[in-house]
Design a protein around this ligand. Structure first.
Ligand code: HEC
Ligand code: HEC
Length: 357
């Protein structure tokens, strides 16, 4: 039987249209199933997190912001939280190793200060339970602020003229200038520093918020196994894991021995002295990771694509193609949010000079 040309054309066109429709439906299915997988592993950021233990107020957040930028409480008059967690560098300092008071090198890389109240604990070793404990202990750290004791730091705050701001932030207290209140106020400020990103818009259901490359990267990130450790609201920061499951990490990163740590950085072991914590580090959050090179606890790897390759090899025993790496990097870029406006603007601090003879 011969089919007339016109009918043949019609049949072909119909078949073609049906297959296009099917692939559109398939693409839509794939799109929705990727979103569903993403939603089962990650969560959107909240606007801010204020917990019952630390009730906040506008006065507290304002005081916290001033203290975050205040350098004159440190022993050389130059260190503040912002010196190492700087608005120009997305809440980090862009250095492999931070430089502390009197020019001393710290043994670790400064992570961003954004979204950190949501992490399981603070620092790579998790030796600070909350952002408040972190701020409290920094005040007498010989590397960060260099104060001999809390009384010395409180005396400086009094001399600088902070009494009114502390009284407004802690209205029912006799002597409001205390190290605990310093920490509570800074914590209140940090609890406002959330950085929603295109990935949050995606999780809310706007599948156009991510580029095709970023979506391919998201799929790779999940199917390769990265999300086994980097998951939750902060895409990491929720567990402690050994760095270097397939080989010693320093062979891949070129990490050096640190005099202050008496050798290689042993991670959580420095805080717990337990063998099972050897080379175990807190899994870092990956929010804003594209904005905060260099990478790893000692900033030993300069570029994000190399950090991704190191992770695939050392944590999963896999070698990724250059294309896969590029897609994962595109996904990681979708985790960058804007620097919060209240962090980007510099506060006017109480007027007083610092005697640095
Ligand atoms: C001299 C530089 C320096 C100063 C000053 C400094 N930090 Fe840090 N910060 C670091 C480094 C380095 C780390 C990583 C330490 C570690 O993991 O052992 C860190 C870690 C943190 C973390 C934990 C982040 C995470 O992902 O675990 C927070 C929160 C933080 N700092 C807030 C502050 C606040 C608030 C202040 C001021 C009170 C401050 N820092 C002062 C360098 C600094
Ligand atoms: C078994 C757990 C685990 C898996 C799986 C894993 N990671 Fe990690 N990741 C970590 C730990 C732990 C660190 C911190 C290492 C250090 O600095 O000491 C880290 C650090 C990183 C960093 C550096 C972050 C920074 O701020 O310096 C990036 C980027 C990263 N991982 C991406 C990935 C990617 C991409 C994958 C998948 C290919 C992946 N990770 C798989 C545990 C894991």
């Amino acid at each position: 039987m011969t089919i007339p040309n016109k009918t043949r054309l019609l049949l072909i066109t119909t078949a073609l249209l049906a297959s296009i429709a099917a692939s559109v439906v398939n693409a839509e299915d794939t799109e929705q199933s990727l979103l569903a997988r993403a939603r089962s592993l990650f969560k959107e950021l909240p606007d801010s997190i204020h917990v019952d233990d630390y009730p906040h107020s506008a006065a507290r957040v304002a005081l916290g912001k001033s203290l975050f930028f205040e350098t004159r409480v440190s022993s050389d008059g130059r260190m503040s939280c912002a010196a190492c967690h700087n608005p120009s560098y997305h809440g980090a300092d862009s250095l492999a190793l931070s430089v502390g008071v009197h020019g001393q090198k710290l043994p670790r890389n400064a992570p961003t200060v954004f979204n950190t109240p949501l992490l399981i604990a603070q620092h790579y070793g998790g030796n600070r339970a909350s952002v408040e404990e972190q701020a409290y202990k920094a005040l007498i750290s010989p590397l960060a602020y260099g104060n001999a004791n809390f009384a010395q730091a409180e005396g400086k705050l009094r001399a600088l003229g902070y009494a009114k701001m502390f009284e407004a932030a802690f209205p029912n207290e006799q002597d409001a200038i205390t190290a605990e209140n310093w920490a509570t106020a800074i914590g209140s400020f940090e609890r406002t520093l959330m950085t929603p990103a295109p990935f949050d818009a995606y999780l809310k259901g706007n599948t156009k918020a991510l580029s095709t490359e970023a979506k391919l990267g998201l799929e790779k990130f999940i199917s390769t196994g990265c999300a086994g450790c980097h998951n939750g609201t902060t895409v990491g920061g929720q567990s402690f894991q050994k760095f270097g499951l397939t080989e010693d990490y320093w062979l891949a990163t070129g990490s050096k021995e640190m005099p202050l740590l008496k050798g290689r950085d042993k991670g959580r072991y420095h805080d717990t002295s337990k063998d099972e914590d050897l080379y175990v580090f807190k899994v870092p959050q990956l929010r804003n990771v594209a904005m905060t090179p260099p990478y790893f606890h000692d900033g030993s790897v300069a570029k994000l694509d190399d950090a991704v390759r190191v992770m695939a090899r050392l944590q999963l025993g896999k070698k990724l193609s250059d294309e896969d790496v590029a897609h994962i990097v595109a996904f990681l870029e979708s985790l960058s949010g804007a620097v919060p406006a209240q962090f980007a603007s510099v506060p006017a601090l109480p007027v007083a000079g610092f005697q640095n003879q």
